[in-house]
Ligand binder design. Structure first.
Ligand SMILES: Nc1ncnc2c1ncn2[C@@H]1O[C@H](COP(=O)(O)OP(=O)(O)OP(=O)(O)O)[C@@H](O)[C@H]1O
Length: 705
């Protein structure tokens, strides 16, 4: 929401924008009031201020610095389009015939007047869409400006079709840095001699991605071509595209020479350095926060340590979670009892979550886990319907343990929501989650093919269903994904600036949003670093998380039980059929009758090699310790009764040691995590953080086979 405090500038009309633009913004884009950065930046870009000095008037460059989601894209696009429209309006005096009759004024053949450079392909596409949406406007006063043609050149796209488009002319061109330089160096027909604006969007990211050299080369070429190519064969020849366009090319509405505009939500030292290297006496327009009334000074040239601002309506919190509890905490809600990971009570479309992790592999893992790990609740429901017993939940621990063991088999296969093109069907764009029913899970990282990245971005943006996007920092900068309600930083970022950009995917344009940072106990000092930079997330606790998890997943059940159910469901899924099959097979081996023992004896099995036979890298420890102990002693595991054998199979699938055998437990910690029959007790250690009373042990009696 734009700043309501402003009394002097309330509309885009007050900023001096063309009325067609204003009408279009209002009626087609639902944009009425300018944001703070727009109130400051648009006038600065509509009317040049000049470098001091008595020489030729040189317009000052502009540095737009404002928090994430504050509307920087329109801040630079609107003045560019406005000025091109105004300049193309033929002055009365020229109608008398200063130029050839019938020459229709400016055309796309004049070449490129504005270049917008974006660090990532997704961001370039997003800016291009906004540009297209703006240029799609209907005119009321009869001017024609269909000659203002938007263009995009983007890494990963077909270069020769880009060359064709550049040859025809792209008046406002969006690009990624490498591809732009490539065309400047290799595409002869790419005309930039009339270039009036160079916008470097997400300047800090451009630097981080190592584009500094590319930028320097680009600037050098642009400077060299200011007045046309030096070694151009056609230099000096009459350029037909300019016929009848004098009035336009000399219009005072256009900057006298190229203006460079640098945009950044953060102001790290490198950006200042880049500004120093690329901008000429820049006018800085800090946008601050829409709700920050103390930040009205222009030309904020302070050299203090960089400090970051996040939108003030963005609720930032952190949670200290030991590694072993992270998975459970991820799918649980935070301290605000009304908002779980995905708030299924909120009506769509305000129910999207982005989870940032540190690597592509981790994205793939968590995407798969959230999509396909079984829902514990489903199991309980299935059990209730099959047994038709209407058991009290408190009594159901062991039954559920048994059923949970079957859960992998019983769960319905995941339906891919959308498959991408025939040749890449293996990339499911989104999967309907079993763990979070009704939620679609997406993933985005740099190792995915570009077409998949683009489609994922589009579909997640458009999703009307609750959706989770698991991603790396490829999605951290500049992307405008509507209706993101919550950001989860499951791995802390490597740069504080990334923290700001990540959380900036929510709470955009004055909307509400939440950001939750996960920290290990050993990482808590990171909060000091954040604080030094002006960022102070508030604490939420795992207890709060788990309490709500329990309410949500298992009404009336103990928190730890719910948490462990969830953890185990994930573990079973991860260990998957290989471990289950291995464990069951080894146990089954031990059930051969004694008369066959001389043939089938566990002692004769090499458990490590058996594990290999199930494609496991090592022996699953739980059974391994048991099996190997028996193995070492030359004993078979104790014989079980038939009814117990069936149960043992189920138990084995969960990797637990059999408490029924009465064997001493060698590894209590491990047993706690793996023995499903004692989880009511073990949960106290694994998922209680202190103020939750210890749970009762299991009550139940009979188990179903
Ligand atoms: N005045 C406005 N009123 C309402 N919505 C607006 C306004 N200006 C821009 N928007 C919308 O706000 C969203 C965010 O804008 P934009 O992407 O330009 O922000 P940004 O400052 O560039 O963010 P970031 O730093 O994260 O890249 C866009 O969907 C845009 O259409």
């Amino acid at each position: 929401m734009p700043d309501s405090k402003s009394t002097t500038i309330a509309s885009f009309g007050d900023l001096g924008l063309d009325s067609d633009i204003r009408i279009h913004l209002d009626t087609k884009m639902d944009i009425r009031e300018p944001t703070r950065i727009q109130r400051k930046g648009i006038p600065a870009l509509l009317q040049d201020s000049y470098q001091p000095g008595s020489g030729p008037k040189i317009p000052r460059d502009v540095f737009l610095q404002a928090e994430t989601g504050s509307g920087k894209t329109l801040t630079y696009l609107l003045p560019i389009i406005h000025r091109l429209i105004v300049a193309s309006t033929r002055p009365e005096s020229t109608n008398s015939g200063n130029h050839t009759k019938g020459s229709g004024g400016p055309s796309r053949a004049l070449g490129t007047f504005a270049i917008i450079m974006a660090p990532t392909r997704e961001l370039a596409k997003q800016i291009f869409s906004t540009l297209e949406a703006l240029l799609n406007m209907k005119l009321t006063r009869g001017q024609r400006f269909h000659w203002i043609v938007p263009g995009i050149v983007n890494g990963g796209e077909n270069k020769s079709s880009e060359k064709n488009r550049l040859r025809k002319g792209a008046t406002v061109l969006v690009s990624t840095p490498g591809r732009l330089l490539d065309h400047l160096q290799n595409t002869q027909s790419f005309k930039v001699e009339h270039l009036k604006w160079l916008v470097l969007d997400e300047a800090d990211r451009l630097l981080e991605l190592g584009f500094e050299e590319t930028l320097k080369k680009t600037l050098a070429i642009l400077d060299e071509r200011k007045g046309g190519r030096r070694n151009d064969k056609n230099a000096g020849a009459w350029d037909l595209s300019t016929v009848g366009c004098d009035y336009f090319l000399r219009s005072p509405a256009l900057p006298r020479s190229r203006i460079t505009v640098l945009c950044s939500a953060t102001l790290p030292t490198q950006v200042r350095r880049l500004a120093g290297a690329t901008l000429s006496n820049p006018k800085t327009t800090p946008g601050g926060s829409d709700s920050d009334s103390n930040n009205d000074n222009d030309d904020d040239d302070s050299d203090d340590e960089p400090r970051y601002t996040a939108p003030s309506q963005l609720k930032q919190s952190y949670i200290e979670v030991p590694a072993k509890q992270r998975l459970v905490a991820l799918t649980a809600p935070d301290g605000d009892a009304t908002v779980p990971l995905i708030d299924d009570r909120k009506p769509p479309p305000c129910n999207k979550v982005i989870i940032f992790v540190s690597s592509c592999d981790s994205v793939d893992f968590h995407h798969a886990l959230l999509s396909r790990a079984p829902s514990v609740r489903k199991t309980t429901e299935a059990q209730a319907s099959t047994t038709n017993q209407g058991e009290h939940e408190e009594d159901g621990d062991e039954e559920e343990a048994d059923d949970d063991a079957d859960d992998n088999e019983n769960t319905t296969p995941v339906e891919p929501v959308a498959l991408v093109k025939k040749n890449s069907a293996r990339y499911n764009l989104a999967e309907s989650s079993l763990l979070l029913p009704g939620v679609h899970i997406y993933r985005l990282h740099g190792n995915l093919p570009q077409a998949i990245r683009t489609d994922t971005f589009f579909r997640f943006s458009q999703s009307k269903a609750p959706a989770v996007l698991v991603c790396t920092d490829v999605a951290a900068r500049g992307l405008d994904l509507p209706n993101v309600q919550r950001i989860i930083q499951f791995d802390p970022p490597t740069e504080v600036a990334d923290y700001v950009h990540r959380i900036g995917r929510t709470a955009r344009i004055g909307r509400q949003g939440e950001a939750l940072l996960f920290l290990l106990p050993s990482e808590m000092e990171y909060l000091k670093i954040l604080k030094q930079q002006g960022l102070s997330p508030i604490a939420t606790t795992l207890d709060q998380q788990l309490r709500i998890l329990a309410q949500r997943r298992r009404r009336g059940r103990e928190i730890e039980v719910a948490a462990t159910d969830l953890q185990m469901a994930c573990e079973r899924w991860v260990a998957g059929p290989a471990q289950a099959a291995y464990l069951s097979s080894v146990r089954a081996y031990a059930t051969h009758p004694s008369k066959e023992k001389h043939i089938f004896h566990v002692k004769q099995l090499h458990l490590g090699h058996m594990a290999k036979a199930f494609a496991l890298q090592g022996r699953p420890t739980a059974v391994g310790s048991q099996g190997s102990k028996a193995h070492a002693q030359g004993k078979a595991p104790p014989q079980l009764s038939q009814s117990k054998k069936a149960h043992a199979r189920q138990r084995d699938q969960q990797g637990g040691e059999g408490h029924e055998t009465g064997r001493p437990v060698n590894k209590p910690a491990q047993k706690k995590m793996t023995n499903p029959f004692k989880r009511g007790v073990i949960n106290t250690d694994e998922f209680s953080s202190g103020d939750i009373t210890a749970l009762k042990g299991p009550k139940s009696k009979k188990r179903r086979a």
